[in-house]
Design a protein around this ligand. Sequence first.
Ligand code: GTP
Ligand code: MG
Length: 645
Amino acid sequence: MQMSREASRATFREASRACVSYLCGYPNRNYYGHCMPLTPRSDIRNIAIIAHVDHGKTTLVDHMLQQAGTFRDNQQVADRVMDSNDLEREKGITIMAKNASVRWKDTKINIVDTPGHSDFGGEVERVLSTVDGVILLVDAAEGPLPQTRFVLRKAFDMGLQPIVVINKIDRSDARPADVLDEVMELFISLGASYEQLDFPTIYAIGKQGVAKATLEDPSTTLDPLFDAILKHIPPPSVDADAPYAMVISALEWSDYVGRIAVGRIAQGTVKMGDTVSLIKPDGSREQGRITKMYTFEGISRVEAEAASAGDIIALSGFENVFIGETIADVSITEPLSYVNIDEPTISMFFMVNTSPFAGKEGKFVTTPKLRERLYRELRTNVSMRVHDTESPDVFKVSARGELQLAILIETMRREGFEFAVSRPEVIVRRDENDRLLEPIEHVTVDVPEAHVGTVIENLGKRKGEMTAMAPGLDTVRTEFLVPARGLIGFRTEFLTATRGEGVLNHTFDSWQPYKGAIPGRQRGALVSMESGNATAYALEMVQERGVLFVSPGIPIYEGMIVGENAREGDLVVNACRTKHLTNMRASGSDGLVRLETPRQMSLEQYIEFLEDDELLEVTPQNIRLRKKILDATTRQRAKKREAAL
Ligand SMILES: Nc1nc2c(ncn2[C@@H]2O[C@H](COP(=O)(O)OP(=O)(O)OP(=O)(O)O)[C@@H](O)[C@H]2O)c(=O)[nH]1
Ligand SMILES: [Mg+2]
């Protein structure tokens, strides 16, 4: 199903080269290719806020909303109000791009808040086609980081005009002048046009709702930022008289009206109750009636009777719509073109749980449920792919990074799903000469000087190549090109090696010839040889061998991983042994069992731990690591056979 969708998208892209709507970049023409004068809609601006992770996008949007009078004076509003889903709030990061709008001096500013984490880069690509300009936020201390480059490159690809905001100038280590130089260098290295290089710069303390036109500006509000948006971001240029057409760039859900499709009207005007066509990328069409229509006011959707080209709207009436599809006047027969979203770089197998505890803890545990859920994810998640495999119970899910996969896994377990996943693998491809290519990540590491050597050594082992080094105030910044393969499982090792003082960032850079073998996990697993409940008595002995993952009383099964071996290679251990009554302790011992607290791991850490012959069992209540082959003898045999090959 996915393949055919992909294939049809490709054909559609080819066919739509002739399409000359504004989305294709031909000015002054409408959808039919007739030269039509486009009129600027000066009452609207559409912008996206883009940046590296944590540089302060969502916090800035809070204050833009507040200062534009979105909330009542006494209204209680949560911090980072746009980070509205549970996982976003728990993790403190934005996962999905979202729309809001403010009114400033009679102009409606539609704002898209985007995620800065590289795994969610597809979200940025998805929404850039709906805006006419971007606010590029850069942390005044950290400067441009890998994702700053990535999002700016995407904005340039779309020909968007940026406003640069040097944010967090209140930081004690802020260095706004240097950071501005670095931004300039970044623009040049990305081949910015003359107009783009002439970008306006605003200095901000997003957290306090302050923006300044210059560092000396006494402003205590965001007015300079709002004014810059009105002045420098071009209003949408539209043909409001052409037949209505828009591409769907987001999907939302409402318990009252069902699926809601969000997009920016490319041309024409649309009214509540209109009969329109949903045009699929392959050109097939179905007609439907618009049952509800909304525009964005503040952070809410408000019902609207009509809207026209340039505005971002949401509408319901089409249950079967996907992102990237076109909704248009019935006279239109061809879909509008849609941006290319970068392909995934990493994949993982999702499968029905087969552990001895299977089916005990989940609400949804069967193949059809798992399959339906995974394919449903594709409706809204533009950068993921799902494929069936030769085995009917196993699905290959491809994504842009481990965190993106971890978020899907966590979301599914909260929904009641029980399943197992394998170790993430990097996706490879072949070039025209049949050479094997692999994804290479651009890695930036900020660490105190004392740790630089260790980092260079560790990344070297993982085939990393250092490309730059620059000393900062307290830390040294080193940059590397590292195979994505080498980064799987690296974060935990990095944090240990730098005693938590290091910051690691990476973003996809390029496809390059395969760099050769990279060693896997340094330490083996402690694998249970029995099924039963873990006992304190047994764990006391097991902990001599490494670090425990389980505590006494926890039900375990043969082949389940109960800890990390202190050495290389796996070790089979007995974690359920009970003390024989006759087994007296040596004199001098107080008889008390002293157990270390088991290692608490996040879902991402569990995923990082996985080796090729292991699985992660995920249920709404538990996460367990296990060997694929549970029986020790069979596992041993399989290993020997593999070694012999
Ligand atoms: N010192 C300082 N900290 C700020 C400022 N603005 C935001 N922060 C802090 O930076 C952190 C990240 O803020 P967010 O607004 O979540 O950043 P973001 O860019 O939306 O992050 P992602 O969406 O996950 O990419 C939070 O702890 C904020 O309190 C600022 O002006 N000064
Ligand atoms: Mg955010």
